[in-house]
Design a protein around this ligand. Structure first.
Ligand code: TRP
Length: 336
């Protein structure tokens, strides 16, 4: 039986962190056996916000290397760079004729970016969702693993595909946002302010490229408090975050010990020692990240291998993309 097609993109605008890992990459790794997967580095998208390309090549290489180090198998999935697939740009052109200025201006991410970079409200920023739709539709994907913040873009992609089908014939499958049934794990910033982020407080974000000492330092500085006031209290979100991380990287016994300590604690009888908990979490996190960082570094230092892998990914991606373009051109009547 033919497997369903999955597409997802990662913007190369910074270092990948634990939020990316537990929110996205780990899901990709899981999907690679069940679906026909196309994962790519969205370097065209990054030009809408990062016109300076000094770091771009390095970042693209790092994202590729880190994804492989996290367990993506470039033999199983198509792992490629967006700009290596010019078919996407052509489809973007057609989809641009089916998207309206009004709906693009209403997009939440567009409004955010206008606020963040009022000096560079370029047309690429406005049509960001159209390019994203092209990424997805070019592989005729039906499932797109994305976080909450991207769901509106997916809905737009579906609208563009529907409009295309309505106008030119039912040739494009409709894509849907998708994740495995269990909830996506959200990783908060270690200072308790919002999500872990590539750009905000970097000392409160753990990156896959962090060395062991930085990991330890960052975790030891994580926000805690004087402990629960009553037994079996609800955890404040920054404490819950430490438990969430521990659940991912520590043994069940360790997690259960600290859970029990927390639940038995109250004012005047504080059993949980957050210092000890962070020390344990830091060591377990180091054990978890160290092999990923080393493997990613090995791949990044092997330019020949990287080039080979990137070329192989592009070939796989272009194979299906060119089929789609043929279908699209015929549907529109651009076949002379
Ligand atoms: N916009 C996505 C993000 O910011 C990245 C992305 C680009 C993407 N093209 C895509 C995700 C296609 C899924 C499918 O995270």
């Amino acid at each position: 039986m033919q497997k369903e097609v999955v597409v997802s993109g990662i913007r190369p605008t910074g270092f990948l962190h634990l939020g990316n890992y537990f929110g996205a990459m780990r899901n990709y790794v899981r999907m690679q056996n069940d679906y026909d997967c196309y994962f790519f580095v969205a370097n065209w998208h990054s030009l809408t916000t990062h016109p300076d390309t000094k770091e771009l090549k390095n970042s693209v290489h790092r994202v590729i290397a880190e994804n492989i180090a996290c367990g993506l198998d470039p033999e199983k999935v198509a792992l490629y760079v967006q700009s290596d697939v010019p078919e996407i740009a052509e489809l973007y052109l057609y989809l641009n004729m089916l998207s309206y200025k009004g709906e693009l201006e209403k997009t939440a991410t567009f409004k955010d970016k206008v606020r963040l970079q009022p000096e560079n409200v370029n047309a690429g920023l406005l049509t960001y969702p159209v390019l994203m739709a092209a990424d997805v539709i070019i592989q005729r994907a039906v499932k797109v693993p994305v976080g909450k913040d991207q769901e509106q873009h997916l809905e737009m992609a579906r609208n563009f595909a529907e409009r295309f089908n309505h106008r030119y014939g039912e040739v494009l499958p409709l894509p849907y946002a998708f994740n495995y049934g269990d909830e996506l794990i959200k990783i908060m910033s270690l200072d308790g302010n919002g999500k872990m982020s590539k750009s905000e407080n970097q000392l409160a974000t753990i990156f896959l490229a962090d060395d062991n000492d930085s990991i330890r330092k960052k975790i030891m500085k994580a926000k805690t408090d004087g402990g629960p006031a009553e037994p079996n209290s609800t955890k404040p979100d920054y404490i819950q975050n430490l438990f969430t991380l521990m659940k991912q990287v520590s043994t069940t016994d360790t997690l259960q010990k600290f859970e029990a300590d927390f639940n038995a604690s109250s004012t005047g009888n504080c059993i949980i020692r957050y210092g000890d908990m962070k020390k344990q979490l830091a060591e377990d996190m180091v054990q978890f990240i160290d092999p990923i960082r080393e493997k990613a570094a090995d791949i990044q230092n092997n330019q020949e291998l990287l080039h080979k892998l990137i070329k192989m990914g592009a070939e796989k991606a272009r194979m299906r993309a060119s089929e789609t373009l043929k279908i699209v051109r015929e549907a529109i009547g651009l076949n002379y």
